[in-house]
Write a protein that binds this ligand. Structure first.
Ligand SMILES: NC(=O)c1ccc[n+]([C@@H]2O[C@H](COP(=O)([O-])OP(=O)(O)OC[C@H]3O[C@@H](n4cnc5c(N)ncnc54)[C@H](O)[C@@H]3O)[C@@H](O)[C@H]2O)c1
Ligand SMILES: [Zn+2]
Length: 460
């Protein structure tokens, strides 16, 4: 009561593309009277019975929805049971004083007397703690909980309690990351740690040879959990191995790069590279948890941080807020929550996820033209964002200031061909993600415009 469910609920539903059900409001409609009136005429017991029927029916709907439960619903044991069995239950935290200030004088039947309200709050608190899968304060935190993403300074030290189940754990890391964070991760995993596996640093880990070595080294049963500690290369590889080993076991991503925390570890895409190209063999396999500890980013090299900032600026442009100006922990949380919501809305990448490609069509063309050498993905994305902003009729100063993109020396014809190949692969039409007044939109543009936007990114 007074926690803000009716504000946060619809916001979360919209972000996740799910219907919102406000049980108290539905009940009032069904009862043909307000809840205070019903309480007065029929009493609390009669009300709880009505509430039980409605809550259980809503929780059993075949399609998932975002449901706001009345504050007293948890007092009914069958509702608590149903929550445990069928729902991800998040407790919207509010302290008793704030809640009282919000609802005093609202006419709610159980909010008449301050000391009674405090007693009620204390009594229910125990039940809330019993059913809550996560405790949250705002829509971002609800989305992150729904996606299994845990963002917290110092989270690495609590890794043991964040790995689901109680089966054995295999830890995967490259030697560099293992040297910095391996010991802390091993201590945190304690007696569940069954084996440690080293993989090459960077992109060199994402190949069939390394995947095959892991498949043969692992000694896990179906209860086992793979924990990937490192950058996007390590989590992409380990996630793919987890997706395929024994036809799929649970895994936990512990990204230690900015790219990993705002992008690679969120959304369930895993892959290795083939000689024919990047990410050509892979699977959608969501990590059971993604554990994001912003403190681990402190040891990141400046160039690595800039790689991540390109995706941060992209996200900020998509949400229309200068997220790149935030302190690192908040920046990570906001970006991760944005990507998580888009991916939960479109898990199989068949629609909404396209917006995450802002700047990427151009970036991929430049990377291909450079033969994937001498041009990092982040730098290519920075240039791609310039092109997307120009084609959107937007100023480019933010990208210039934060990412300082430098034109790249590649063959313009090669870049244009790569873009055309992309177009063919997408059924003959090149659809670009651009920014409109209401946010991102996906649009085709005349070849000449696209070509000149591409040429502007290339050094003479
Ligand atoms: N699955 C997805 O949705 C997705 C999204 C974006 C990128 N990716 C993939 O991610 C990969 C790039 O990942 P990346 O940019 O994180 O780099 P990376 O994983 O290649 O790591 C880069 C380097 O950073 C080092 N490193 C990692 N964490 C560190 C830390 N905390 N302190 C010091 N050094 C550290 C590593 O040892 C490595 O040498 C690419 O293969 C890309 O395809 C995947
Ligand atoms: Zn990218």
């Amino acid at each position: 009561m007074g926690a803000g469910k009716s504000t946060v609920g619809p916001e979360v539903a919209e972000r996740l593309g799910r219907p919102f059900i406000d049980l108290d409001r539905d009940l009032e409609q069904d009862l043909g009277s307000t809840i205070p009136e019903f309480f007065e005429q029929r009493g609390e017991t009669a009300f709880r019975m009505q509430e039980e029927g409605h809550a259980i029916a809503a929780l059993r709907l075949p399609d998932a929805a975002v449901i706001a439960l009345g504050g007293g619903a948890v007092e009914t044991p069958s509702i608590r049971n149903e929550l445990r069995e069928r729902a991800l239950t998040v407790l919207l935290e509010v302290d008793a004083d704030t809640a009282w200030q919000r609802i005093a004088g609202s006419g709610r039947p159980l909010a008449q007397d301050e000391s009674e309200f405090h007693a009620l709050y204390d009594r229910r608190r125990v039940l809330y703690d019993e059913v809550a899968d996560a405790r949250v304060h705002d829509p971002d935190e609800v989305v992150l909980a729904a996606a299994g993403v845990h963002v917290h300074a110092g989270a690495l030290e609590s890794l043991g309690s964040l790995v689901p189940g109680d089966g054995p754990v295999a830890l995967v890391a490259d030697p560099h990351v293992a040297g910095i964070y391996g010991a802390a991760a091993q201590v945190a995993l304690g007696s569940r740690l069954a084996s440690v596996h080293e993989v090459p640093e960077g992109e060199a880990a994402k190949n069939a040879e390394t995947a095959e070595r892991l498949w043969s080294e692992l000694r896990l049963d179906r209860e086992g959990v793979l924990v990937a500690l490192g950058g996007g290369s390590t989590t992409d590889l380990a996630g793919f191995v987890a997706a395929t080993y024994l036809r799929g076991i649970a895994w936990v991503a512990v990204p230690t790069t900015l790219v990993g925390q705002v992008d690679a570890a969120i959304g369930g895409k895993t892959a290795i590279d083939l000689p024919q190209g990047k990410n050509l063999a892979g699977a959608f396999h969501w990590p059971a948890r993604a554990v994001l500890d912003p403190v681990t980013l402190e040891t990141l090299a400046e160039e690595q941080r800039q790689e991540g900032m390109a995706e941060v600026v992209k996200t900020g442009l998509l949400v229309g807020e200068p997220l790149w100006e935030l302190p690192t922990p908040q920046l990570v949380q906001r970006c991760a929550a944005y990507k998580a919501a888009v991916c939960l809305r479109d898990p199989a990448d068949q629609g909404d996820r396209a917006v995450l490609n802002l700047g990427h069509t151009f970036a991929h063309a430049l990377e291909a033209a450079a033969g994937y050498e001498g041009l990092t993905h982040g730098r290519a994305v920075a240039l791609g964002l310039l092109a997307a902003l120009r084609l959107s009729g937007r100023p480019t100063d933010v990208v210039e200031q934060v990412l300082r993109p430098r034109r790249v020396q590649v063959d313009p014809e090669r870049a244009w061909e790569a873009l055309q190949r992309d177009k063919k692969a997408r059924g003959g039409e090149l659809r670009l993600v651009l920014l409109g007044d209401e946010g991102p939109l996906v649009e085709a543009r005349p070849d000449a415009e696209v070509r000149s936007a591409l040429d502007e990114l290339i050094a003479e």
